[in-house]
Design a protein around this ligand. Structure first.
Ligand code: ADE
Length: 224
């Protein structure tokens, strides 16, 4: 998979990709992530990418021309499955959407800022909009990093234990069961006996029951 992230604040997006699982996924050659500074595509002499809103009002609007030039340049090198604008009014990210995106080959994530982008970008240049939740961030950068993380970890070979993404919360519409590690007893707080029993079937059954119980208590709407 290849992901291009278009932003006016590259530093804000880069760090999640330079550590841990996302770094290793790139080192293994499973995914390439390219952060593009939109300013490179600015056409005016001050290299600005935003301007005042027609009709007045507070807040700057990101201009269409640098975004169009940037996307055209990227499209001249690759064919994209989706060109995604990060926006609080987009489709809400969930595990099903992350699964769907993990099957794509090439994606662009466009990060908005200020009052947003010129509406013509949304009408003509992008293929979908994604939100990471019903709250407004200062820009799309952190949201793009969240989407990329949720998607990349699902690609086969990224996680060392292939089953570990399958046992995530939400993967089967259930919350993951509790986990424990050594010591088996700490300050009198004990690990459930079944986990120390060595009985694989009983452990699986216990985990499944715990998942169901947790989901019933915390997110009953997932069980309907
Ligand atoms: N940009 C600003 N807020 C956002 C959100 N909640 N999701 C995606 N992009 C955003």
């Amino acid at each position: 998979m290849h992901i291009d992230i278009i932003t006016t604040l590259p530093k804000l997006v880069e760090s999640p990709f330079s550590d841990s699982i996302l770094k290793r996924a790139q080192a293994k050659g499973i995914v390439t992530v390219n952060v593009i500074d939109l300013r490179q595509y600015a056409t005016n002499k001050h290299r600005t990418t935003d301007d005042y809103a027609f009709g007045g009002g507070a807040g700057m609007v990101m201009m269409i021309e640098p975004i169009d030039n940037c996307i055209a340049d990227l499209k001249s090198k690759r064919e994209y499955d989706d060109i995604i604008y990060m926006s609080p009014d987009g489709q809400r990210l969930n595990q099903a959407l992350a699964n769907e995106l993990s099957l794509k080959k090439n994606l662009i994530l466009l990060c908005g800022h200020y009052k947003g982008v010129d509406e013509r970008v949304r009408e003509h240049l992008i293929t979908r909009e994604i939100s990471i939740g019903d709250y407004v961030l200062s820009g799309g950068e952190l949201a793009a990093a969240v989407v990329a993380d949720a998607v990349i970890r699902l690609i086969p070979g990224v996680l060392s234990d292939e089953t570990s993404a399958l046992s995530d919360s939400f993967q089967d519409d259930l919350i993951a069961p509790p986990v424990y590690t050594r010591p088996a007893e700490y300050k009198g707080w004990k690990v459930p006996d079944v986990l120390l029993s060595g009985h694989a079937t009983k452990i699986d059954e216990w985990r499944h029951e715990q998942s169901l119980e947790r989901t019933r208590q915390r997110r009953p709407e997932l069980l309907k």
